[in-house]
Design a protein around this ligand. Structure first.
Ligand SMILES: Nc1nc2c(ncn2[C@@H]2O[C@H](COP(=O)(O)OP(=O)(O)O)[C@@H](O)[C@H]2O)c(=O)[nH]1
Ligand SMILES: [Mg+2]
Length: 401
């Protein structure tokens, strides 16, 4: 699972990305090997099961800070999007290459209204961020539309002559965006489009099709950034009225806090509603002033910087992700080496016990017999739908079982 950080230029995407990916807690090894420069590791925070189970854990793929697990996930900083990007303007199609791999999007907007549609600085409060949202979504849709439109007449005529399926054709054209035939079918059904005569679809219908496909396959939330500025609350109010999920964010404040924590100046756990200056920390007056601003304009006003919340919500709300703890010994909650609750895996919602076996090791999946719920000791079948924070032992005839 990969979440993309998108938006027009100068809204604070890179600041958000830098803050979210700043290594804040010590972690042994990242489970991701090849990483492109604009792909980084952020963390989900989730209440660890250690307290409930009354054990002291020894995490390996994640870390546990005061009973909260920080579990690595990947996010990608997408190049800024401007009007005309779908036709190659600005960084043009680069953003689309970044976007296509993303499963969900954090759409960063400048909630202070201090950047125009191209991202140029203007008087605070003078630009309505809702226009930016429409622009970004429209560019994305126009780009998808362009992919389909390129050979539409020829392709649909040929499909109608040979009895080929429009669903397969559309899914094939959009496969680079991880759009499946089932996704296409769902959208077409909802729109009640006549699948036997695609050559009769109008451009408006095709645009509606791509917009619906985007919503289904790239669910998004709004990170209303620069929330610390005085002109932001009014726009945040307006953004909420769009019915979209809105998370007020102060990315710069989050970056400041994580850096200060890294340097041992403050105690701060991402996602929390406050921070404390460490005893004996020698702050310059500039640092003290900046922290005071964060306290007043961010922590007191919003109960947190929102960055961690946006990351969490993109996985848990948009992708319905769950955290699962695989163990070897379901009574001691250990792995082969006796480590207690070593791993916490982030999995897609709808994942099964067999999916978990696959994630742990392919041999476990091949010889899968059944799984055991460590809390109840009950057996779970291969198709058991995993629940968030479930602790599971896989029983397998495979070598690793
Ligand atoms: N006041 C305020 N400014 C911010 C915040 N986040 C980013 N900025 C500023 O917005 C400008 C653009 O940020 P950047 O991350 O480069 O934006 P990008 O072009 O979307 O990647 C920079 O001057 C940042 O310092 C924030 O939370 N509050
Ligand atoms: Mg940037």
């Amino acid at each position: 699972m990969l979440v993309g950080v998108v938006g027009k230029p100068n809204v604070g995407k890179s600041t958000f990305f830098a803050a979210a990916t700043l290594k804040d807690v010590p972690i042994a090894d990242y489970p991701f090997t090849t990483i492109k420069p604009n792909v980084g590791v952020a963390h989900l925070v989730s209440e660890c099961v250690c307290k409930e189970m009354g054990v002291t854990d020894a995490p390996r793929n994640s870390s546990c800070v005061n009973g909260t697990r920080h579990i690595p996930v990947r996010i990608v900083d997408v190049a800024g999007l401007v009007e005309g990007a779908s036709a190659g303007k600005g960084l043009g199609n680069q953003f689309l290459d970044d976007l296509r791999q993303a499963d969900a999007l954090i759409h960063v907007v400048d909630a202070s209204g201090s950047t125009d549609i191209e991202g140029k600085k203007v008087a605070a409060g003078s630009h309505d961020p809702i226009e930016d949202i429409q622009m970004v979504e429209r560019e994305f849709d126009l780009w998808m539309f362009g992919i389909l439109k390129r050979d539409w007449e020829k392709a649909t005529r040929s499909l109608e002559q040979t009895g080929g399926k429009i669903i397969d054709h559309l899914a094939e054209r959009l496969s680079g965006l991880s759009v499946s035939p089932a996704d296409v079918e769902q959208v077409l059904l909802r729109m009640r489009l006549r699948t036997e005569k695609p050559s009769l679809w109008t451009d408006e219908q095709l645009m509606q099709f791509v917009a619906e496909t985007r919503k289904l396959t790239k669910p998004s939330l709004l990170a209303a950034n620069k929330a610390d500025l005085p002109t932001s609350p009014q726009y945040i109010e307006m953004l909420r009225k769009t019915g979209k999920e809105v998370v007020p964010c102060a990315s710069e404040a989050e970056l400041l806090l994580r850096r200060a924590a890294e340097h041992g100046l403050v105690d701060y756990i991402p996602g929390s509603a406050g921070f404390t200056v460490r005893d004996g920390a020698k702050l310059t007056s500039a640092q003290a002033g900046a922290l005071k601003m964060v306290e007043e304009k961010v922590m007191k006003a919003y109960g947190g910087t929102g960055v961690q919340d946006a990351i969490n919500r993109s996985f848990f709300d948009l992708l319905k992700a769950i955290v699962v703890y695989p163990v070897e010994d379901e009574t001691k909650l250990t792995d082969k080496e006796g480590r207690v609750l070593p791993d916490a895996f982030v999995m897609r919602g709808g994942s099964t016990a067999l999916d978990l076996a696959r994630t742990v090791h392919s041999e476990l999946a091949e010889g899968f017999l059944y799984a055991i719920d460590a809390r109840t000791g009950k057996r779970l079948a291969a198709d058991h739908l995993l629940r968030n924070r479930e602790i599971v032992k896989i029983v397998s005839s495979g070598k690793r079982g």
